[in-house]
Design a protein around this ligand. Structure first.
Ligand code: SF4
Length: 656
C-alpha cells in the first residue's frame, strides 16, 4: 500500500469557506473526558489533539447541550452559557496549532435525556408526548413559544462556539434527537404548524438552520447531521431523511450534510449508533450515502464503520460521498491518518467493532478508551512511554493479549524482550473469542498486537513453556506472567449420570453434545451466548440458563442486544435468574436466584457448563521464591476480558 492508493481520501475538501487538509474526519462522539460540569478540560484537549497531530482533516467536538433540558446525561459538554467559552477556546487553539480544523456540534436531545443530575426520572420535551421505549421516557409536548426559545438557544450556542474560535458548526439532528423527533411521523403527532405533513414536520429543522446561519454568518462552515434511517420499524424512514437532506441542501443554508444511522430510542435502532461487528460490515453506511448523494449538491460526509482507509477511499472514489467520519478507527489508532499518509497501512490497528471500551465505557459512565489501545483516552497518563533507564532482559510468559501488549511496549521502551507462548500460536483466549459465530473480527486484536510485537523487535518463541529453570537459564532480569486461565468447573459432586462439557469446548469444537442441551451460564458474557448460537446452528435443541437477567448481560449494550436478537432468531430458550444446583440422569436442577425455589429441566442430554475461567497460577507458585522482578497481568491475575489484559500488560511494561 502506498500513499498514491488513497488519492481521494487524502485530497483537501472545502466545506463552505473552510478547507480541510484531507477527508478523514474525527466526528462528534461521547468521551466523558470532560469534567462533571460539562466543561472541556486538558484530558479532552489531549484526546482530540492526538488525532489532529496525526493529520485528521477535521475534529468535530462532542455534541454540546444548548440549554438546561437538552443533554442526554448531566455531564454532557455544554454551550449553554458563556462559562463554556474558555474550554472551547483552548481546544480550538490547540487544534489550530496542529494545522487542524475544528467544528462544534450542537445538541438538543429532546426525549432522549436518560439521566437527570439528581438521579430522578428526567423531565424531557419533544415534538409530542410519544413514549421513548428504550430509556422509558414519557416526554412533555413542547408549546409553540417553547419551540421558539429552543431555536434561539441553538443560535446562541453557535455564537458562543464561534466566539471561542471554531471553524464550523454542526447540528446534531441525527439519531433520534429533537430535530429527528420533529421529523419522524411515528414520533411527531402534532396537529399544529409543526406536525402533520412533511413540510410542517420539517419546519423545526428549517427554523434551526435559519437561526444558526444567521448567527454565525457566511464564513463559518455549517452542516447538519441526520440519520439516513433509524433502522427500526418504529422510527425515521429513509425517504423522510433523504427528503430532509434534499430540502436542507436546497435551502442554501448549509455547507455540507452528514449522515449516520440508527436511533437511541429503540433497541434495534440503537445498535446502529455504534454498530458492533455482529451487526454491520465495514463501511455499511455506504449504500445510504450513495442514495443520499444523488439528491445533494453540497458535500456529503458519511459515518458508519469505516475502519479501513480502503473502504473510505472506495466510497469517495465512486462518488457515493465526499468525506468519511472515522470515529472508532481513530479511537483505536490515533495515528491512523499518519499511517495512511505514510503508506503504512499494514501497521494500522484496525478497530474490531467490539464496542467494549469506547461506547461501552460511556454506557457505564466511564471515559472513552479502546481494548486494543488503552492509551486512548488516557493521553495525559499513559499516552507517552519514556525509554527505560536500563535495558533489562525481560521474559514475558504467555502470548495472549496481555503478554503481547506487555512485550511490545517493553521492547519499545528499550528492553530486550522474549515473548514465550506454550502453544503453537499467539492470541490466547482471543483465538477462542474469534471462533464465536459472527465475531470472527475479534481475531483482529491478535493480528494487530502481533504486528506491534513484530515492529517492536520482540523475540517470539512459540511452544516454549516458561519454567523457573528457563528463567534462570535465560538470565532474565524481570518476568511478566501472562499465562492466562483455563475453564473453571463447578463442584461436580452434585452432577451425576449426565454428560457434561464446557462452553469453551463447544466453541473450540473439541467436545460433542447430545441433541437436547442445557447451558448453565454464570458469567453472562460472550462465551455462553457463543456456545448457544453454535449448538443451535448445528441443529441442537438449546436452552441457556443464566444467573443474570439475560444472556450476555455483561456485554456492551449494543452487543448484548444483538445477541438477544440472534438467540431469538436461533430459537434458543432462555431461563433467567437461574443458578446450577445439580444434575442427575437427564434432569438438571436449577435454583431461581431471587425466589430461591427449584427449577427442574428434564430431558437434558448434555449439560454445558459456562462458569468462566480459573487463573493459571502454576508459574507464579513455581517462582515464588525466585529473587526477580515480576509482574502478573491478565487472566492469570484473575480472569476478566481482553480489555483488562491489555491494560495490565501496558502498565506492567511501563513499570519495568
Ligand atoms: S474498544 Fe473495540 S470498538 Fe471501541 S475502538 Fe477499540 S476496537 Fe474499536
Amino acid at each position: 500500500m502506498t500513499y498514491s492508493q488513497f488519492p481521494h481520501l487524502l485530497s483537501p475538501i472545502k466545506l463552505g469557506k473552510v478547507e480541510l487538509r484531507n477527508r478523514i474526519i474525527f466526528p462528534a462522539h461521547e468521551t466523558l473526558l470532560q469534567g462533571d460540569d460539562g466543561l472541556l478540560n486538558d484530558a479532552y484537549i489531549a484526546y482530540q489533539v492526538a488525532r489532529t497531530r496525526a493529520g485528521a482533516g477535521l475534529n468535530i467536538l462532542t455534541a454540546a447541550s444548548i440549554d438546561e433540558f437538552s443533554f442526554t446525561q448531566p455531564s454532557q459538554p455544554r454551550l449553554d452559557s458563556d462559562e463554556a467559552i474558555p474550554g472551547y477556546r483552548a481546544v480550538a487553539k490547540a487544534i489550530h496549532a496542529e494545522a487542524g480544523k475544528v467544528f462544534a456540534q450542537l445538541l438538543h436531545a429532546g426525549r432522549e435525556m436518560y439521566s437527570a443530575p439528581d438521579g430522578t426520572s428526567p423531565l424531557t420535551f419533544s415534538a409530542s408526548d410519544t413514549y421513548a421505549e428504550r430509556f422509558h421516557i414519557r416526554p412533555r409536548a413542547l408549546q409553540v413559544d417553547e419551540i421558539a426559545r429552543i431555536v434561539e438557544a441553538y443560535s446562541a450556542a453557535a455564537a458562543r462556539a464561534v466566539e471561542a474560535g471554531v471553524d464550523g458548526i454542526e447540528i446534531c439532528g441525527n439519531q433520534g434527537n429533537l430535530p429527528a423527533q420533529f421529523l419522524a411521523a411515528t414520533i411527531n403527532r402534532r396537529t399544529d404548524d409543526y406536525g402533520g405533513p412533511f413540510s410542517n414536520r420539517f419546519r423545526f429543522i428549517m427554523e434551526v438552520a435559519q437561526s444558526v446561519r444567521s448567527a454565525i454568518g457566511p464564513d463559518i462552515a455549517f452542516g447538519f447531521r441526520l440519520s439516513a434511517a433509524d433502522l427500526d420499524n418504529d422510527g425515521l424512514e429513509e425517504d423522510e431523511s433523504l427528503e430532509a437532506l434534499a430540502r436542507l441542501d436546497a435551502s442554501g443554508l448549509v455547507d455540507y450534510l452528514h449522515i449516520v444511522l440508527g436511533t437511541p430510542s429503540t433497541r434495534a435502532g440503537a445498535m446502529h449508533i455504534v454498530a458492533p461487528m455482529e451487526a454491520a460490515e465495514t463501511g455499511y453506511v455506504t449504500p445510504f450515502a450513495e442514495r443520499a448523494k444523488r439528491r445533494l449538491t453540497v458535500p456529503l460526509v458519511a459515518t458508519g464503520r469505516f475502519n479501513t482507509p480502503q473502504s473510505a477511499e472506495s466510497a469517495i472514489a465512486q462518488g457515493f460521498m465526499d468525506a468519511a467520519g472515522m470515529t472508532r478507527a481513530m479511537i483505536c489508532d490515533p495515528r491512523f491518518v499518519a499511517k495512511v499518509r505514510e503508506g503504512r497501512v499494514d501497521d494500522i490497528r484496525a478497530c474490531i467493532a467490539c464496542d467494549q471500551a469506547c461506547i461501552g465505557h460511556f454506557q457505564r459512565g466511564y471515559s472513552v478508551s479502546c481494548i486494543q489501545f488503552p492509551e486512548s483516552g488516557r493521553e495525559l497518563t499513559l499516552g507517552a512511554y519514556s525509554m527505560a533507564d536500563r535495558a533489562k532482559r525481560v521474559i514475558v510468559a504467555g502470548g495472549g493479549p496481555a503478554g503481547m501488549k506487555a512485550a511490545s511496549v517493553a521492547a519499545m521502551r528499550g528492553h530486550h524482550v522474549v515473548l514465550c507462548e506454550a502453544s503453537g500460536y499467539l492470541g490466547g483466549q482471543a483465538v477462542l473469542a474469534s471462533r464465536v459465530s459472527g465475531r470472527a473480527e475479534f481475531g483482529g486484536i491478535i493480528t494487530n498486537l502481533a504486528r506491534e510485537v513484530e515492529l517492536a523487535g520482540v523475540t517470539v518463541r512459540l511452544r516454549q513453556k516458561v519454567t523457573r529453570d528457563f528463567i534462570e537459564r535465560e538470565g532474565a532480569d524481570a518476568v511478566v506472567l501472562a499465562t492466562g486461565a483455563t475453564p473453571r468447573l463447578p463442584p461436580l459432586e452434585r452432577i451425576e449420570g449426565i454428560d457434561h462439557i464446557t462452553a469453551h469446548e463447544v466453541i473450540a469444537g473439541t467436545a460433542k453434545a447430545g441433541q437436547r442441551v442445557l447451558i448453565a451460564d454464570i458469567t453472562c458474557d460472550w462465551v455462553g451466548v457463543g456456545a448457544a448460537l453454535q449448538l443451535a446452528a448445528n441443529g441442537h435443541d438449546v436452552t441457556i440458563a443464566v444467573v443474570g437477567v439475560q444472556p450476555g448481560e455483561t456485554l456492551p449494550a449494543y452487543v448484548r442486544d444483538k445477541a438477544a436478537a440472534r438467540l431469538f432468531e436461533a430459537g434458543v430458550m432462555i431461563i433467567n435468574y437461574a443458578r446450577l444446583y445439580g444434575a442427575e440422569g437427564n434432569t438438571v436442577y436449577l435454583e431461581h436466584v431471587a425466589a430461591l425455589k427449584p427449577i427442574l429441566v428434564e430431558g437434558v442430554d448434555t449439560l454445558v457448563i459456562c462458569h468462566g475461567g480459573q487463573a493459571d497460577r502454576e508459574l507464579e507458585r513455581e517462582i515464588a521464591a525466585l529473587p526477580i522482578e515480576r509482574h502478573i497481568v491478565g487472566d492469570c491475575l484473575t480472569p476478566r476480558t481482553a480489555e483488562e489484559a491489555v491494560l495490565e500488560g501496558l502498565k506492567a511494561a511501563v513499570a519495568l
